[in-house]
Design a protein around this ligand. Structure first.
Ligand SMILES: [Zn+2]
Length: 335
């Protein structure tokens, strides 16, 4: 072997060693944490393994299991058996952009998108909150819930699809959800009627407004992520919603790989399309309750603090992806 061959061989060994040392749960978690800010802190909390990485987690993850939120109840589950006291969860509805309205609780978000031909609703909260926050909430904002023409459901977990049946029965919109999540919803106690299966890249147009849907499995089998055009005093922006975020040691390797690849794919799509606003379906992801309060105090000429720019969108989805890689490394026994 010549000197140069020996040199190259040595280089390859050290590159391999470097790749190995960076593809660990700790390294990916650190990469996520380095990007954490107030616009994505909750993503890191709900999608990354806790620190320090627990020794037992690698074993549990390696054994596979289905996706779902950390700790189960309230996140992936059907929610509390009864209706919790309203003061624990009630949040006033609020306009966030010219054509985008917050219709959520203190914890979970439903969004109303107004168009020239009616309202597109995104998600429905746990069933106990649907009437107060969405039906009554729209009325409080001087909007008519009878104009809900389309309902998009990001995924079939109770905190987002709990009120689908109520909205379906009361306002009869077209309901769009991913096929695998329709199948999951059919197993619920009082299931919604199967309506439209979403397709990847689907354009959903109502009047003057077109949303785009992407199928991004990982959190559930056919989680939907969205691009939503919004305006601030007439100035156009593009909002993106990553439709399913939380991971746990019970998320299967297959779902983790899907989550990682779809986070990267959606990052390219969203930033390529010029997305500069993040909306979520859990308030924790981007500190939404504080941001709503700050928005109410906004003075004329102040910037809109929900507009975080392309770099903010990139950081948000990169945190999600690095958390997915951290769990995948754990599942492969590389803490
Ligand atoms: Zn969920």
């Amino acid at each position: 072997m010549s000197m140069s061959h020996a040199f190259i061989a040595g280089l390859l060994v050290s590159v391999a060693a470097f790749a190995q040392s960076t593809d660990t749960a700790t390294a990916h978690r650190n990469a996520a944490m380095a990007l954490v800010d107030s616009n994505n802190r909750g993503v890191a909390h709900l999608a990354c393994p806790a620190e320090p990485v627990p020794a037992g987690v690698a074993v549990a993850a390696a054994q596979g299991g289905s996706g779902g939120g950390r700790g189960g109840s309230g996140r992936g589950g059907r929610g509390p058996a009864g209706r919790p006291p309203r003061e624990q969860w009630y949040q006033e509805p609020q306009q966030v952009f010219d054509n985008l309205y917050y219709l959520g609780t203190k914890d979970h978000t439903s969004w109303g998108v107004t168009t020239s031909a009616g309202i597109i609703l995104i998600d429905t909260l746990f069933s106990y909150a649907t009437k107060d926050e969405i039906d009554d909430g729209l009325r409080k904002l001087h909007l008519d819930p009878a104009n809900i023409k389309i309902l998009i459901v990001t995924h079939a977990h109770g905190d987002h699809d709990g009120g689908v049946k109520y909205i379906q029965d009361t306002f009869r919109p077209t309901v769009i959800m991913g096929a695998k999540d329709w199948a999951a919803a059919a197993q619920e106690a009082n299931p919604p009627r199967h309506d439209v299966d979403a397709t990847d890249g689907q354009k959903v147009t109502l009047g003057d407004t077109t949303l785009t849907i992407y199928i991004t499995p990982g959190h559930t089998g056919s989680t939907l992520s969205l691009l939503v055009p919004v305006k601030d005093h007439g100035e156009p922006h593009l909002a993106m919603e990553w439709g399913g975020t939380a991971l746990s040691a019970r998320t299967s390797k297959e779902m983790l790989q899907s989550y990682i690849s779809n986070a990267g794919r959606f990052l390219d799509i969203a930033t390529g399309a010029g997305a500069d606003v993040v909306i979520g379906n859990h308030t924790e992801y981007n500190d939404a309750i504080n941001k709503l309060a700050q928005l109410r105090a906004r003075m004329a000429g102040d910037p809109h603090l929900w507009v975080i720019g392309k770099e903010g969108v990139r950081r948000y989805l990169t945190v999600a992806q690095q958390c997915g890689k951290a769990y995948a490394a754990l599942a492969d026994g590389r803490p």
